[in-house]
Design a protein around this ligand. Sequence first.
Ligand SMILES: C[S@@+](CC[C@H](N)C(=O)[O-])C[C@H]1O[C@@H](n2cnc3c(N)ncnc32)[C@H](O)[C@@H]1O
Length: 229
Amino acid sequence: MSNTQMPGHSRAGKQCNSAAERNKEPILRVLKKHIAPPRETRDGPSALCLEISSGSGQHVVHFARHFPHVLWQPSEYDARQFGSIAAYVQESGLANVLPPIRVDVCDDFFRWGGDGRFKEDSVDFVVNINMMHISPFACTQGLFRNCGKILKPGGILFTYGPYSINGEITPASNVKFNAMLRRENPEWGLRDVQKDIIPLALKNNLSLVEVIDMPANNKVLVWKKNETS
Ligand SMILES: C[S@@+](CC[C@H](N)C(=O)[O-])C[C@H]1O[C@@H](n2cnc3c(N)ncnc32)[C@H](O)[C@@H]1O
C-alpha cells in the first residue's frame, strides 16, 4: 500500500484517506456522465449502486449526496473498516446509503451480505476504487465474474486505479509504485487492461466502453454489461 493510500487521521471512528479525499470529486465527475440525473419525483431511489471495497466510506457518502435517486450499498472485505463506513454514513444523515455489508469479491455474489440479497440482473451500477492492484488477481477475476452476473443488462461497472496499458506501465512513478506493490506482496500489482482485464470482461459478458485519464496517473475504466448474452 502506498503512503498516499494509508489511512490518515481518525475522528469518531472515521478514517480519513487523503487519496480518497483528492480523487472523490474527479471520480464523481465521471459518474455524472454515466448515471442519469434525478428526475423530478418524490419516489424513493430508483436504482442500486454497490460499492465493492468501500475502504473508509469517504467515497460512498460523497457520491450518494449527488445521486439521491440511487440507493448506495457500501461493502468491505476488511471488517475493521465497517466502523469508519458506518460513521461516515451516520454523519451524512443520508437516507439513500445502506449500512456496510461484508463482501469478499472472490466469493459468489449470492453469499455477499450473508442473506442472499443479490440476484442475477439486479444491480444498476458497481463502483470499485483502488482494489485491483492492491489485491491478488483472483479479486479482479471475482469482480468481473460476479459483475457479469449481478449487473442488469446495460448496467455499468466503474473501476478506478492505475493500470498497465498494452503491457506498458507509464510514467516512471507508476513503474516504481508497481515494483513497490510487488515487493509488498508478489500477488499485487498493476493489471494490464488489454492482457489481463479485457479478456476477463469478454468472458463475463462485459465490454469496455470508455477509458478516462484521471489525475495522478490513474484512470477510470467504464465497463458495460451487454444487453444480450
Ligand atoms: C487501497 S484499499 C482501497 C479502499 C477504497 N476503495 C479507497 O479507494 O480508499 C484496497 C481495498 O481492497 C479491498 N479488498 C482486498 N481484498 C478484497 C476482497 N477479497 N474482496 C473485496 N475487497 C477486497 C480491501 O479491503 C481494501 O478496502
